[in-house]
Design a protein around this ligand. Sequence first.
Ligand code: ADP
Ligand code: MG
Length: 614
Amino acid sequence: MPEIQQLPPHIADLIAAGEVVERPASVVKELVENAIDAGAPAMVVEIQRGGMALIRVTDNGCGIAPGELPTAFLRHATSKLRKAEDLSAIGTLGFRGEALAAISAVSRVDILSRQRGAADGAALHLEGGVPGVTEPAGCPEGTTLVVRDLFYNTPARLKFMKSDSAEASAVAAMLQQIALSHPEVSIQYIRDGRLEMHTPGGGKLLPAIYAVRGRDVARSLVAVDGSGEGVTVRGFVTEPLAGRGTRAMQTFFCCGRMIRSQLLTAAVEEAYANRQMTGKFPGCVLHIDLPLQQVDVNVHPAKTVVKFAEERAVFSAVHHVVKDALDARAEPPVKAAPVNPEGGFFQKMDAKTFREKAEKEEKASKPYRQADPDRKKILIFHDADRPVPARAPAADSEQPVTEELQPDPFPPENPPAPEQTVLPSAPAPWKYRGELLHTYIVAEDGSDIWLIDKHAAHERINFDRLKANAEPVMRQQLLRAAAVDLPQEQYAALLENLPLLDEFGFTAEDFGDGCLMIRAIPSDIDTGQIRETLEMLADKLLSGAAADPNAARDAMLHTMACKSAIKGGWTSDPAELRVLIDKVQSGEVAYCPHGRPVKVKISKYELEKMFKRA
Ligand code: ADP
Ligand code: MG
């Protein structure tokens, strides 16, 4: 064994720095929290190249005395904690006195500061944590911290950084959280010279939500304010009709801290029962406050998960306060289950195949040729999917298939063609028996029952089609360009991917200030779904896909497959469902692109057991 030695201080500092400073977003978080602790009513956060080249945070807080500038960068140097008892009554965000030491150890730092009311300020430069000489400097009241070349002296850490845009998104996400939890502070966020977010300060939550989440979200909010069982719930939730495709717009703060909580999500969503369209999620910004001893914030290392001592009380308070707020507004009449807004299902499913096959069909020998012109679309669809093998009848094929078709109101189109005397030995088509909850198709195969998730099945078909399609997508020009206002983060994610959007049929332009101007969309997408589609894509990109071109492409494929599919909750034409049954029966479609099954079998035997017949 080598001999035991104490680490030299600069190595110990680098190790400690690694724990505090993980990426640019964590630097920004520490600096912004320091500015808030300094009582600054306003601050400007600037980054370049995702924060890797430069991070500058300027505040108009209390400032630091010139003589204390070097002290602020020493480990365990803090003005926020004096004695051990203070630990139990901490009112500030930081208190360990570690952030500035850690940040300066792995970057090049400049600090400029002038105390409130002081005549002069001072400046100090540090290189890898080593301070230069404090010099007098003219500067406004408050503090400016500039962090350059993050991780320049820790190449191993540098290697782990994601793309500049991913780092910038993480910074934006973090600043949004801070902006929503501290509406009293005005925050400007400038990325590569461009103002991306500007909250007004002043303490009101609604203007902060407007600045962070965009105009459309802010316009559709219902104020929530109430309490029960010692739990106070305040903030805003979205109107039921303004639901989102994902839960990305649900933000919860517990005692000022951003948290994630399935309990809170469930409590809010239950308040929307019967008001929210299937597949849509409410958005919210809710501040939940309760006595500190009722929450344990330490269950999760990143502290975004908390444990409530009285889960039932928290659930019930949030649920009732939100529900009361929703009940109190004038409720628009409940709409009937929406019909597929586009119709045109068959053309959509196979626009290209449709044309090709129509031509081929003219020439081909026609075992499946149908006389009824109304049935043609369906027929072609089948034809495309099942090349017609004139197979010999199998020996065990006892039942004539034709007899099976009778009770089905939408028989599949494979009656014997005139010149075809023997039927293929393919199994009898499952019978369409109806639909449950506007979501599950019921089919029967003679002995067993199949439930098919119509959205999942259609989504899979679309996904495979899109993936296989090497040709450019068909796009529809919009008569009037659609302006889509998006929350900052989503907007940035889409801007980074304009070429990908274009490839899949969206002609989009940057209109500035969170707005994308959409001039054309893929013909598969309904005009009413432009926003949802873009939001879904952006959320997928933000949850990691943006980093890798293949993953970004897959995110696009998934989004398009989902958004061009019929939805659970829609009223569908049974003829559409018939097509889905055949696809599922043929085994071509077994799982949706997310890996969920599209069909579930309930056997006759299981039914008999349930009814105690077996
Ligand atoms: P902590 O915030 O845990 O005290 P930091 O290393 O973040 O530790 O900061 C050290 C000290 O530097 C703080 O306690 C505070 O006195 C001072 N300081 C840091 N940033 C600012 C700022 N923006 N304005 C005023 N004082 C600051
Ligand atoms: Mg701090």
